[in-house]
Design a protein around this ligand. Structure first.
Ligand code: GSH
Length: 339
């Protein structure tokens, strides 16, 4: 199954008002109602298992211990013999992803998230690409009890070796510095183009998503199917939220269209996808032969919708599919640790 999720924070407040007007579950608090905006769809969740992430990490470390995995035909460690073929596959993965040095990788990473939140998905794309093992705490959007301890009331929140990081772009900036620099040395490698596209994701792309995934009743229900089956809801919440949320978001998406001057939501989505492809200027990735932070941001927010109706239409009607497939391959399997 493919996992899909979407949520625009601005949409949250509108949804709150909409539900307060009588569409929502009676017990939902205002903040909780924001969460109903989440939309996501799961795709095949294979490969997100603890064992796989750990195994890849082991291989990565092994590669660095043996100097260059690319040149190693055979490596032996801990009584494990790796064949020439396996080492070759491993070296490609390691070199394609440029994993950070082992000593720079945080040891204990916990993501407080909504599975369907695009900002959370941006952070996950970064962690997955760099093979940084992380645990997930799914926050209940109604009670938010899992983040009661924090003054920050949104997600994502990322705990990195005991430090709290908030705001998706700031989280990614800080992690990027941490895993690519020695202590105290700031990374200044981000160019204007990369910065511009990352801002485009936060200021434009995310706003196009909600009107598309809640475009009509069947798409709104499709989205809430995912949210309610994968989010952290109690049984009763699940029942009450599914159809109320879908109905509310259908109307909210119409308001969002107005707010962001969108007349045809699909056209806006296709236009955004084409703008991104144009921006690539024929390169494999915006980062050239490897994804940069803008590639990861675009991929992160699109991943939740890719296998919803809207995402399928987008791939069918624009040229973004090839880049998206390259990104799926480059990011690879999730580094998420499942208990
Ligand atoms: N600028 C923030 C936006 C985060 C955000 O708006 N998150 C939403 C979920 S997608 C949220 O937590 N809204 C408050 C709520 O659900 O109560 C970021 O990039 O992390």
């Amino acid at each position: 199954m493919r996992r899909v999720s979407i949520l625009a924070s601005s949409t949250c407040s509108i949804l709150s008002r909409s539900l307060a007007a009588g569409h929502g579950a009676a017990t939902a608090t205002s903040a909780a109602r924001c969460r109903l905006l989440q939309v996501a769809s799961y795709g095949s969740g294979t490969g997100e298992g603890f064992s796989h992430a750990r195994r890849r990490w082991f291989f990565t470390v092994l590669g660095s211990l043996t100097g260059s995995a690319r040149n190693s035909s055979v490596a032996v460690a801990g009584g494990v013999l790796i064949s020439v073929a396996a080492a070759s596959t491993l070296s490609q993965e390691v070199h394609a992803k440029e994993p950070p040095s082992f000593e720079l990788v945080p040891k204990d990473v916990v993501l407080y998230q909504y599975e369907a939140c695009p900002f959370c998905n941006k952070v996950r794309a970064f962690l997955d690409y760099y093979d940084i093992p992380y645990r997930v705490v799914e926050v209940n959007p109604l009670s938010k009890k899992e983040i009661k301890w924090s003054d920050y009331k949104k997600v994502p929140i990322l705990m990195v070796d005991g430090d709290q990081l908030v705001d998706s772009s700031a989280i990614i900036d800080k992690l990027d510095v941490k895993i690519h620099s020695k202590e105290g040395v700031e990374s200044s490698s981000e160019d204007d183009e990369e910065k511009m596209w990352r801002q485009w994701v936060d200021n434009h792309l995310v706003h196009v998503l909600s009107p598309n995934i809640y475009r009509n009743t069947s798409e709104a229900i499709e989205s809430f199917e995912y949210i309610t089956s994968n989010g952290n809801f109690s049984f009763t919440e699940r029942i009450s939220v599914k159809y109320a949320g879908a109905a509310a978001m259908y109307f909210v998406s119409k308001k969002l269209k107005k707010k962001y001057n969108i007349t045809d939501e699909r056209a806006a989505l296709y236009e955004a996808a084409e703008a991104w492809v144009e921006g690539l200027k024929g390169r494999e990735f915006l980062g050239g032969s490897k994804p940069n932070l803008a590639d990861l941001a675009v991929f992160g927010v699109l991943r939740p919708i890719r296998y919803l109706r809207a995402g399928k239409d987008m791939v069918e009607h624009t040229r973004i599919g090839e880049w998206y497939t390259r990104m799926e391959t480059a990011v690879g399997e999730s580094a998420r640790i499942r208990a």
